[in-house]
Design a protein around this ligand. Structure first.
Ligand code: ZN
Ligand code: ZN
Length: 465
């Protein structure tokens, strides 16, 4: 057994030495030393937390198109300027606005029980005076799809499937279809409104909002989410086997066309200023919390990353580091899509590599990439330098995040600094998304990993494409 394994190793080593990997540009000793300096500095640095404290305290909830969103844009410009970024500007983002006015639900029979609900983003209102109707229970969106029209017609639909808790957030996608498409499927079968179990992993009595969408081919019916304990309660009531009637009231406002912005700040590269490393998060948030973990933390971290590099390393990195605070993410990645479209011709030439922070404020545990074979060793080196922070090199291909991933779609290589999201969906899109949930030590760990990535990406002279 031993000998073949040894032989295999020797063959692999000799193949490796003939591969183009070794002719690819190594990361210089000086760059590695500077990355280590940044790592040490980040672990003593509270700037990410301070920026997040500023955003959540001075702005708070900031849905796209709201007055607070305008304030957030001003805050972003001022923050970049006060930190001494070399260039600061905004690019317009156009969309339509939506606002919640009020929402309430009560079980009327067989037992009277008030329910905690929140309207889903984009939902229409219930008719004047609200809806009083029988409610029908489905265990999943698929069960609703399979239902006969006669089961749903004239009723309110309740979809009760629960999202699974995972470190990587993989439970979100499968559960999310009820939120995105529950209303259309209900309307197709003649239903009056849809109530879903919140897409969240907590047991608090706080419902989770989030964007839903109408396909436009059927009538628009209201959509709202129940907190997890309320969904449990409703399921128990259904187990009694009697018809269940509820009273539902949702009032929302269509704000019409709105203009928001992507807020952009740069640390200009000393040698290749036109080549940019893109980092960022989204500036807008839902209206229920103060958007601390979604995505104040991502904005704060990426701003702090560029700032830390500027403060800590004597000369500017070879390439430009561009920090983008994306607008209108929550309502459909709107700022990111408009940025990618506006810059599509230059992205393949000038956007060297990018990454996004939009998965809360938990520690980073893995580094994944989608880069050329000739630059894999650079990402490996980054992961090695992140090793002491508890970060491993991930085998999976990176997606780049909801916003930066859209630039990736246009040809920019991407990495993912994967955060531990085990608790992320306890708070996500709820009133509980507030600053006290953020651990300053975890933010410092994030900052250390982010500065290793951004600095080496901007300093290493080779190509990731
Ligand atoms: Zn987000
Ligand atoms: Zn979100």
């Amino acid at each position: 057994m031993r000998k073949p394994i040894f032989m295999a190793g020797a063959i692999a080593a000799s193949v490796f030495s003939l591969s183009p990997m070794l002719s690819a540009q190594e990361v210089s000793e000086k760059t590695i030393e500077n990355a280590k300096t940044l790592r040490a500095a980040a672990l003593r640095d509270n700037s990410a937390y301070d920026i997040l404290e500023s955003l959540t305290t001075e702005v708070g909830p900031r849905p796209a198109g709201s007055e607070a969103d305008k304030l957030a844009i001003k805050w972003g410009i001022e923050k970049f300027k006060s930190l001494g970024f070399d260039k600061v500007w905004t690019e317009p983002v156009k969309h339509t606005g939506w606002a919640r006015v009020l929402e309430s639900a009560v079980v009327k029979s067989p037992f009277v029980q008030p329910l905690q609900i929140t309207a889903l983003g984009g939902s229409v209102s219930t008719p004047e005076g609200g809806l009083d109707a029988e409610i029908v229970h489905f265990n999943s969106f698929e069960d609703l799809q399979a239902a006969e029209r006669s089961e749903v017609e004239g009723k309110i639909v309740f979809i009760s499937n629960r999202m699974a808790r995972t470190r990587d957030g993989s439970g979100y996608g499968p559960a999310n279809i009820a939120r995105r498409s529950g209303a259309d499927e209900t309307a197709r079968k003649g239903g009056l409104a849809v109530l879903i179990r919140s897409i969240g992993t907590d047991s608090h009595r706080l419902p989770h909002t989030g964007q839903m969408a109408y396909a436009g081919d059927v009538e628009k019916v209201p959509a709202a989410a129940l907190s997890n304990p309320d969904a449990d309660l409703l399921e128990r009531i259904f187990k009694r086997g009697k018809p269940v009637k509820i009273s539902l009231r949702v009032e929302t406002k269509d704000l019409g066309p709105i203009e928001t912005a992507n807020v952009i700040g740069e640390i200009t590269g000393r040698e290749k200023p036109d080549e940019v490393v893109v980092i960022g998060g989204h500036l807008d948030s839902w209206d229920l919390g103060t958007g601390a973990i979604d995505d104040g933390a991502g904005v704060a971290l990426t701003v702090a990353t560029a700032d830390l590099i500027k403060r800590t390393i004597k000369e500017r990195p070879r390439r430009t580091i561009r920090v983008i605070m994306f607008g209108a993410e929550e309502v459909g990645l709107v700022g990111a899509r408009q940025y990618a479209e506006a810059h599509k011709d230059e992205i393949p030439n000038t956007h060297i590599i990018g990454a996004e922070s939009d998965f809360g404020a938990g520690k980073i545990w893995a580094l994944a990439s989608k880069v050329s074979t000739n630059s894999q060793h650079v990402i490996d080196k980054m992961a090695q330098l992140m090793g002491p922070l508890g970060v491993i090199r991930a085998e999976v291909e990176a997606g780049g995040g909801p916003d930066v991933g859209r630039i990736g779609d246009k040809g920019m290589p991407v990495v993912d600094l994967k955060q531990d999201g085990t608790d992320y969906f306890d708070l996500h899109h709820t009133a509980d998304d507030t600053l006290d949930k953020v651990d300053p030590e975890a933010l410092r760990q994030n900052l250390a990993a982010w500065s290793i990535f951004a600095y080496i990406a901007a300093e290493w002279p080779g190509d990731f494409r």
